[in-house]
Design a protein around this ligand. Structure first.
Ligand code: ADP
Length: 357
């Protein structure tokens, strides 16, 4: 995704700079990593697969906002990466016929970063802040009056001569996305009118994602081929899209160009993605807890250090799916491999008795 706010900084006065650095873009033209991602990203509710409850309630919210001619409430979407938080924000913008600005909390390090963006917004526009749990305190405090009263409180001058200036802002909608709703401060969380958790996708839903992507990319795939890819996609459309593309390479080079069940399974085996969708890092994590820590519990920092991985990667990327699939358990004393986790790796679970000696 293109981060439209960068860290070069701009002052409140330099609106031209803001405009140049934060160009207004139409939802259909949101630029992401590459054109491939942009071309497969759903742009409307019909092509946005799954998340039925979210879509139904959003349709009502959007309709009501249109009838009332009011901007949408601020919204917070949370859930593991790749489940469609950014995508749904784009869908909302396009359904409302408004522009969207996409940025991310780490790009809003200095007060002027967030002030610059707020000052350059137009009425009705959507401001999307990814990883919003990483906003610093100062940026958060600038956001509070902006979200609540659409004003910016700015202090000018120093100490005794300091004055607070209230600058009106256009009515905008903030959409925040986070993988960690629990890390949001409660004053910030409370300012969102709509808070919604995105769920992992079912195999059927992911099969539709795979088929849709294959269609767009002109990849030949059978129904059972799509299902085989979906089953190893860890409930996540971003992974499904990545896998279908990789399997398509195998289909072209090693087979007759079409992805069927056999091609999908054999290719994914070669890519070391197992039938649960676990990759080498996931299996290394489970193996580590079993072999070095008797199946756990063990702290996340210890796991991360032993795997030479970042704690955040383990927490945000590996763990949510392992927990959801019931292979890993979170306890107050750390992470534990579940009986299902042992079974999945084909390792016999020690009985409590043997564990004692
Ligand atoms: P997040 O912001 O939650 O990390 P994204 O919105 O960037 O995830 O989604 C990752 C990719 O997955 C997108 O490029 C999009 O193509 C695909 N995707 C996400 N949600 C859906 C969906 N509901 N239907 C179809 N494709 C989806």
């Amino acid at each position: 995704m293109t981060i439209l706010s960068d860290n070069e900084g701009y002052g409140v006065q330099s609106k031209d700079y803001v405009k140049k650095k934060n160009p207004i873009i139409k939802p259909e033209n949101i630029e992401y990593d590459n054109t491939y991602e942009n071309s497969i990203r759903p742009k409307d509710f019909d092509s946005y697969i799954g998340q039925g409850a979210l879509k139904e309630s959003l349709k009502v919210t959007l309709e009501a906002a249109k009838l009332r001619e009011k901007p949408l409430d601020h919204m917070l979407f949370y859930g593991p990466p790749g489940l469609g938080k950014t995508t749904i924000a784009g869908v909302i913008a396009s359904q409302m016929g408004v522009d969207i600005r996409i940025t991310s909390a780490p790009a809003l390090e200095r007060p002027r970063d967030i002030i610059g963006i707020l000052m350059s917004l137009k009425g009705g526009e959507i401001l999307f802040i990814d990883e919003i749990h990483r906003l610093n305190k100062v940026a958060e405090e600038i956001l509070y009056p902006a979200m609540e009263d659409f004003t910016l409180d700015m202090t000018t001058g120093k100490s005794q001569t300091a004055k607070t200036l209230r600058v009106p802002l256009p009515k905008f909608t903030l959409i925040g996305a986070t993988t960690k709703a629990g890390e949001l401060s409660s004053p910030l969380r409370d300012r969102f009118g709509i808070i919604h958790r995105l769920e992992f996708y079912t195999t059927d839903e992911l099969s539709q994602v795979v088929q849709r992507t294959a269609n767009i990319l002109d990849i030949k795939i059978t129904e059972s081929g799509a299902k085989a890819v979906a089953m190893r996609s860890r409930g996540t459309p971003r992974i499904a899209n990545r896998l279908v593309k990789r399997v398509a390479d195998f289909a072209i080079v090693k087979y007759d160009g079409q992805i069927d069940e056999k091609v999908a399974n054999e290719s994914l085996d070669i890519l070391k993605i197992d039938e649960f969708g676990l990759d080498t890092t996931d299996r290394a994590l489970l193996n580590l807890i079993i072999e070095k820590y008797d199946g756990g519990p063990v702290g996340i920092e210890t796991i991360a250090a032993a795997l030479s991985e970042d704690v955040r990667t383990i927490e945000d990327v590996c763990e949510p799916y392992l927990l959801q699939a019931g292979l890993l358990q979170r306890t107050p004393r750390g992470r534990k491999v579940s009986p299902e986790g042992y079974r999945h790796l084909g390792i016999k679970m020690p009985s409590e008795q043997t564990k004692l000696f």
